[in-house]
Design a protein around this ligand. Sequence first.
Ligand code: MG
Length: 455
Amino acid sequence: MSEKKLFGTNGIRGLVNVELTPEMAIKVGCAIGTFFGRKNLLVGHDARTSGTLFSKAVISGLMATGCNVFFAGMAPTPSLQFAVKNHKMDGGVIITASHNPPEYNGIKVIWSDGIETSHEQETEIENIYYQNKIVFAPWDKLGEARDLPGINDEYVQAIKTHVNQAKIAEKHFHVVIDAANSVGGLTAPPLLRELGCKITTINANIDGTFPGRLPEPRPENLTDLSSTVKAIGADMGVAFDGDADRSIFTDESGTIYWGDKTFAVVIKQFLLKNKGAKIVTPVSSSTLIKDTVDAYKGELIWTKVGSVTVSQKMKEVDAKLGGEENGGIFYGPHQAVRDGAMTTALLLNIMAETAMPLSKLVAEQPQYFIEKGKIECPDDKKEVVLQKIYEQVKGENISTIDGVKIWFSDSSAILIRPSGTENVFRLYAEAKNQTKALKLVEDYSSRLKKILETV
Ligand code: MG
């Protein structure tokens, strides 16, 4: 087994020409091609300045190992994932660094079902890469490359079939779209226009330097969206991340909601229509999700943190809805992956069917206050520290799916989780008031510090 790691939580990521170089991308392409073994693969990229460069490098590697490449050009990650399944490809490769700043890029591998490859499959690719197990094709068995245009429109048309188009059109919603100067601008504007919405766009011109805002849709990056919605009296605002698999919304007053609030809106309506349905979410999700699933009598299934894990769990238990607090919603009837445009259509559908503005749909939810903290801890001590914390709290209402999560009787909760990428423990606390949430972070931070002194 290799000690080195190529893949992080969501594919390979790195600084362009520093951590992620063209030579490396060719070799990664060769490793992916060897892993699939002379199959048909779809390749596309987001709007980063290095998208074409890394697509061509990866394509070279795939062709050298005998894979036929279908090149879709620029597309959101969920559009490429949908096309892999729709065109019965054996898999795909997406060149994107998702929400990272413009100087980054990355490589994600997609399996034939449209879901990112599992960590086991990534390890196989890593082993091929590091142990020089690449199998080149002979000169007369090289892969071919051709263009596959039109996938973004196929994706838009597919999303429309999952909502009540007539009902949405009746409402003449005015929506402001902040596309982060990336690929969300290729699909969300036509989708919403075809659904009968009036749209106003900001940062919708494709520009890989991302001049409008950073591609992470965090509230501090969305002030323009918020003020535009307010100024023009729109019904809703939506902002995507760099590859448009995540979406964050504002209501008609410009108030920005973190993803757990919109996910809870979707869960409620989904459970009203699908009694007892399974809802999949990582253990880092807010208690709001648990409360909503309990209130509308669904079955909540917790997973480890990470979008691939949510997708795979949805498949395993045949769940039709999943979500993350960061604005990633997985709608199984369309595809079991995070999908920003599908989420936007779902919310418009809910606003149309309930005849309620987003502010009202969110206002009826219980409110929680969230506090976060982190404590430094060397990588080799994480496991023993986690074990000690577990021993201290094992009598309480806990989950050990990923780190340790404790739910208290007053509806407050804390998740203590070793970071997969940094030498820290992360603490996420929530409670009905800020003071309690803060106190939980303080209490468990000092417990962690005490444990660290003894190990
Ligand atoms: Mg993303």
